[in-house]
Design a protein around this ligand. Sequence first.
Ligand code: HEM
Length: 156
Amino acid sequence: MVLFALSLVFHTLASIVWVGGMFFVRAVLIPSLQGWEAPERFAVLARVMPVFFRVIWGAVAVLLVTGYGVLLFGYSDGLGGGGMHVDIMQAFGWVLILSFVYLDLGPFRGFLRARAGGDMDRASRKLDDLRKGLSYSLFLGMVTAAVGATGSLWAY
Ligand code: HEM
């Protein structure tokens, strides 16, 4: 029971870090840099975003271990023992994880490469892709967290 409760605590905290982190970058950091000259804006993002992605990958690992831990050890029926909300949460969760793999390896690394090569236009386009991808992921992350938090009220 203690392990089950602890897993849920860390699962919830990891989802707060992930969704809250996306919210901070998309709704606070990126708008705050608007109007800055490209070199300064790029310098801030090139410094902050690798830390952001590292933190998110840590949160994803905690989410997966605790989420599947709860299913395997918390429910008597194992992996299939959760309600419909857990199935939805897993499906949305994996879409989110794949979209983050894409955002990190695609637009973000592309931005870093373009900036290092002095191609400011390309770096700007890559940042735009990152901003749009983060908007979709933020929305999906909020929906997923809402499904996880309210599911026990409607999924059984
Ligand atoms: C990808 C695999 C995932 C698995 C296997 C998983 C599994 C679970 C399980 C078993 C529960 C307990 C549900 C219950 O007993 O009613 C739960 C709760 C929850 N999950 Fe997930 N989850 C996953 C991903 C996510 C993601 C991506 C998010 C958010 C970004 C998330 C947010 C939550 C929240 C907020 C709760 C509610 C905790 C509470 O208030 O009790 N989960 N999850």
